[in-house]
Design a binder for this molecule. Structure first.
Ligand SMILES: [Zn+2]
Length: 563
């Protein structure tokens, strides 16, 4: 008998001669999401569908084929109680939270725009005056190209993926983001991305954060007539009108009308509507915007050779047109259902190409949304539901007047933005007024309005940890440096918006409940109704593929995928 085995295990463990069998087993195992050749998938496709409510998967299912949304159910995994765990549920925070595995309280993207105490004006979530536009020569002078992920204060899963799978010498993973929207392209791709492209005046552009000039293939794509052909097609229903069982009639008072259009009804002559609706950018508000994005993605896969070798790549696509259509027509319009049928076709086209070009079983894709949307309040109100539109002006006027009367100055409130009051800290200091006292007074005044559910103050959010419900969502969306001093939470179903179409932003289920779908090597086939959160996506990917969690990650791998 050797002395090695004569010693008790704890001593062997101390001497480094023995490791527990369970640890050995774990270390010997390849990451669950590797291919049968023990390699990472050649390409990870990260899909965000802008404004996709969870119920669209079921309500629109009859119009879906087998190759798009349904392919995830047939081959992969679906999280069917998947939620945002913060508010405000807007596009910028949504994409940032998917990418970083945390919430605005940590990553700092607290809105699409927000009031900056530093500059005294509104800032945009991806604006960056330190970078220059790329690819905008001769078009759309302005700031459309001055964008970067500089305001995102955490690493993304793609950042960690890129470093982890980089070879010591030689190839590095390529990471690319693309979307109609700048924030939809930039935030998912992360800080270390090779490229992000978004659309302005019908052209895919970028910024000097990524490159000095557009690659030749992007210039060629912009010169091609893909966009013109799609616009010339116009927009008519893909299928017979009576098949749109998930929608209301084509012409309802809850739908918006394009400038120059008469009714919200099919067919739409897009060339005739171009003028007055953003020129060629009208494509963003039609399902053709999604088609153009897949055209662009396929061109990128070819030209950048994404997924062509053993060094894995990332392609992050955000389909924005669903959001523009939802904002104009609402969650129960035939236009919205048709947009999803056509998106389903485009997903199928994309996945088929990945199979033939990269290989079946060699790629991984996930799909989620950046927020949901409320049912058009006018529609629900007419059906007797306790909802309505919200105009904050009377509340603001009451609060401003009450604060001036109580504290003797009319400039104590500096700004009202994103349902938040920002106090004028300089004035409070000068007058020796306690900020928490003012905040409590503002909260009590605002809370008298019947549309208001609750008003929370910075002191509430600093002093307590809310465990569930809307209050917890508000807290996880509240950044201690950037957010306001008093936060107004409306009752469920109340919306500050036009009387047609819909919007989002609340901490409630209609805005937080979105799909999570994933398929690829090692992903089990199944569904779970156990609650999962948006911030769980990044750590799930990192557990699946064995790379580190993003720097600010507060989510956790979804147990149903690993147990
Ligand atoms: Zn959005």
């Amino acid at each position: 008998m050797s002395t090695k085995f004569a010693l008790p295990p704890f001593l062997l463990l101390l001497l480094g001669l023995w490791t527990p069998p369970s640890l050995n087993a774990v270390l010997a195992q390849q990451p669950l999401g590797f291919t049968t050749e023990n390699q990472p998938p050649k390409l990870v496709v990260a899909i965000t569908v802008d404004q996709m409510r969870a119920d669209y998967l079921t309500r629109y299912a009859k119009g879906f084929g087998d190759g798009g949304f349904k392919r995830f159910f047939n081959e992969g995994f679906a999280g069917l109680d998947h939620h945002f765990s913060y508010a405000p549920t807007y596009t910028g925070p949504g994409h940032a939270s998917i990418a970083t595995g945390t919430t605005p309280a940590v990553h700092g993207i607290i809105g699409n725009n927000w009031f900056s105490r530093e500059t005294g004006s509104k800032v945009y979530c991806v604006e960056d005056t330190a970078v220059q536009p790329v690819g905008m020569a001769g078009i759309d002078p302005g700031t459309a190209g001055q964008m970067s992920p500089g305001k995102l204060h955490a690493s993304t899963w793609a950042d960690e993926f890129k470093l982890h799978f980089s070879q010591r010498e030689g190839a590095q993973p390529k990471v690319m983001g693309a979307s109609m929207k700048d924030r939809g392209a930039i935030l998912p791709a992360g800080h270390a991305a090779d490229a992000a492209y978004w659309v302005s005046s019908g052209q895919f552009i970028s910024s000097t954060h990524y490159m000095e000039s557009l690659p030749k293939w992007v210039r060629q794509f912009n010169k091609s007539n893909n966009l013109e052909k799609l616009l010339a097609e116009g927009w008519s229903l893909r299928d017979a009108p009576e098949s749109y069982a998930g929608s209301m009639a084509d012409n309802t008072p809850y739908e918006g009308v394009w400038r120059g259009g008469e009714r919200p009804t099919f067919p739409y002559d897009l060339l005739a509507l171009e003028e007055g609706n953003g020129g060629q950018d009208i494509i963003k508000g039609t399902p053709h915007g999604n088609t153009l994005l897949v055209d662009f993605a396929l061109a990128a896969i070819d030209a950048e050779e994404l997924g062509s070798d053993d060094v894995p790549d990332v392609l992050a696509l955000s389909f924005s047109s669903t959001d523009y259509v939802g904002h104009k027509f609402g969650a129960h319009a035939m236009e919205t259902e048709d947009t999803y049928r056509r998106l389903d076709d485009q997903l199928s086209r994309l996945f088929d190409r990945l199979d033939t070009q990269i290989g079946t079983g060699q790629w991984t894709a996930f799909l989620t949304a950046d927020h949901g949307a409320v049912t058009v309040p006018g529609l629900e109100k007419n059906r007797g539901l306790p909802v309505d539109y919200w105009n904050p002006e009377p509340m603001k006027a009451a609060v401003y007047a009450a604060v001036a009367a109580r504290f003797g100055r009319s400039d104590i409130i500096r700004e009202y933005d994103n349902d938040q009051f920002f106090l004028n800290r300089a004035v409070l200091r000068q007058e020796g007024i306690d900020a928490d006292e003012v905040a409590r007074f503002v909260a009590a005044t605002a809370a008298e309005f019947p549309e208001v559910q609750k008003v929370m103050t910075a002191a509430d959010l600093r002093g307590s940890t809310y465990l569930e419900g809307a209050e917890a969502n508000i807290q996880r969306g509240w950044h201690s440096l950037y957010s306001g001093d008093v936060i107004v939470m409306l009752k469920p179903g109340y919306l500050e918006y036009s009387r047609t179409g819909t919007s989002h932003g609340s901490p409630y289920a209609y805005d937080t409940h979105v799909p999570f779908l994933i398929m690829g090597p090692g992903v089990p086939q199944g569904v779970t109704y156990t609650r999962t959160e948006i911030r769980d996506i990044a750590p799930t990917l990192s557990a699946l593929l064995g790379f580190p969690r993003p720097s600010g990650c507060t989510g956790k791998p979804m147990p149903a995928l690993f147990d």
